[in-house]
Design a protein around this ligand. Structure first.
Ligand code: ATP
Ligand code: F6P
Length: 448
């Protein structure tokens, strides 16, 4: 019998304070500001906080799409005027966004390299009741800067269609022009909350961070690194519950699931592991993931860690039922889940939103880590995948993540590369489309 109280939705706003924050990026060109801004926006969106980047370069490009380095010379009056106008236009749109669209965190992505510019931003924000958080990226590692220019600047719209060598040399002159006036955040700016990241977070200086949201953001930003690495994601091998179409539980893997567990080390090798690389395996505390990872052995470079936070979405009173049984025993719940799968919370269990909240420490740790393989469950994997691939909340709970398939994600400067490797081992499909109570069906080797 259905329980009388629906008790289905949880409050959407999980913030613990009501502050609006403008994150102000500071630093010379090619110091990773846009990368940090983009990642922070993705992270905030994933935890459900409305966030948006205002990139002053994009505003400037509408008038001056492909400027030469002289445009950025502080003695170029016309250039100065146009750059100020671009900053002003970004500020106007940003304040509008806070006011009209209920924005919570904006990220003002520009060099903001003088004290005068920062004072203006702080004053404009204060007048609109918005807190500021300055994030300065300082980097004096010449090789890294050269690499940054080659990696992202020669392909930037500012240089599209131009000779890459000339682009590099012009970009270096542009940096030189900024250096003429650049002032690092100084002693006289101690009243601002700020964080300084020196050489990609090898040294971090934090000043006056008080509210909860800012400290979460600072913690996130200070953990970012740019060492090349990959993250592998896999569901556990097919389980006994998968075979009978039951959700949740703590069943063991099936015979075919065991075949997948045995195939996993080779699948990992096939996916490409850089030589002499240590890989850490994260599993949940449930049997099916531990069994699936058991053939990835320490003597071949694997290290294991179990996380309770990686356990499958808790389906509360529906644990152990099939979708068909849920639709019969809890028809209202079944419909409510289809109507808003992300926010629907099982009676006595969890919603996808709840899972994202408990996964936050996992994401923080993943940002700090290098090569990791995560062996986990359908719903949890969807949430982690959504973080890396920027999948909106309406879609993430419906994504197909087949069994017996290894996903390799390789984060890059402005996006994540994805490759999938299917094991040639058949498994049922546990995917259910909206409005159906599909039983788990048989799918041929390699999933569907
Ligand atoms: P611009 O002012 O021209 O927009 P930017 O500071 O926004 O430049 P990005 O476009 O973000 O620079 O540069 C991205 C490059 O910076 C990538 O190659 C990335 O690996 C690297 N990078 C990321 N974080 C940092 C950091 N903290 N310090 C230095 N480089 C970084
Ligand atoms: O069926 C496998 C499973 O991992 C269940 O244990 C879990 O309840 C379900 O998938 C999550 O998927 P969905 O949110 O689509 O029901």
């Amino acid at each position: 019998m259905p329980l009388p109280l629906p008790g289905i939705y949880l409050p959407v706003n999980e913030q613990s304070d009501t502050s609006k924050i403008c994150v102000v990026m500071v630093g010379l060109p090619a110091r990773g500001k846009s990368l940090i801004a983009g990642k922070a926006m993705r992270y905030l969106g994933w935890v459900g906080i409305p966030a948006r980047v205002f990139n002053v370069g994009n505003y400037r490009r509408s008038n001056t799409p492909q400027p030469q380095a002289t445009f950025f010379d502080p003695h170029n009056e016309e250039g100065e005027r146009m750059r100020r106008a671009a900053a002003q236009a970004a500020m106007t749109d940003m304040l509008q966004w806070f006011k009209k669209d209920q924005g919570v965190v904006s990220i003002l992505d520009a060099t903001n390299s003088t004290k005068e510019r920062r004072k203006w931003i702080a004053q404009e924000c204060a007048a609109a009741g918005i807190e500021t958080l300055f994030v300065e990226s300082i980097c004096d590692d010449e090789d890294l800067i050269t690499n940054n220019i080659l990696e992202v600047k020669t392909t930037s719209p500012d240089y599209k269609g131009q000779d890459p060598e000339l682009a590099v040399s012009d970009f270096r002159k542009r940096i030189g022009n900024y250096q003429k006036v650049y002032e690092t955040i100084g002693e006289d700016e101690k009243s601002y909350p700020y964080v300084k990241l020196i050489n990609v977070g090898s040294t971090v200086i934090i000043n006056q961070i008080k509210d909860y949201l800012s400290s979460r953001l600072v913690y996130y930003i200070q953990n970012l690194h740019i060492k090349p690495r990959s993250i592998w994601l896999s569901r556990h091998g097919e389980s006994q519950y998968n075979l009978t179409g039951r959700i949740g539980g703590d069943s063991s893997i099936s015979e075919r699931g065991e075949a997948y567990a045995r195939a996993l080390p080779e699948l990992m090798r096939k996916s490409g592991i850089p030589e002499n690389t240590k890989i850490v395996i994260w599993t949940s505390t449930l049997r099916r993931t531990i069994q699936t990872a058991r053939h990835l052995k320490a003597d071949t470079g694997f290290e294991k860690l179990e996380w309770k936070a990686l356990d499958e979405l808790d389906s509360g009173v529906c644990d152990g039922l099939t979708y068909q049984e849920i639709s019969e025993q809890y028809p209202e719940d079944f419909k409510a889940r289809d109507d808003d799968k992300y926010n629907y919370r099982y009676r006595g269990g969890e919603s996808y939103r709840d899972v994202v909240i408990r996964l936050e420490p996992i994401i923080m740790e993943l940002e700090r880590s290098e090569n990791v393989i995560i062996v986990t469950h359908q719903a949890v994997l969807r949430c982690i995948y959504a973080y890396f691939m920027n999948i909106p909340q309406e879609n993430s709970p419906w994504m197909e993540v087949p069994l017996h398939t290894l996903i390799k994600l390789t984060p890059g400067a402005y996006g994540t590369d994805e490759k999938r490797f299917k094991a040639d081992i058949p498994a049922v499909s546990t995917w259910r489309g909206k409005g159906t109570s599909a039983t788990h069906q048989e799918f041929p080797a390699g999933g569907h």
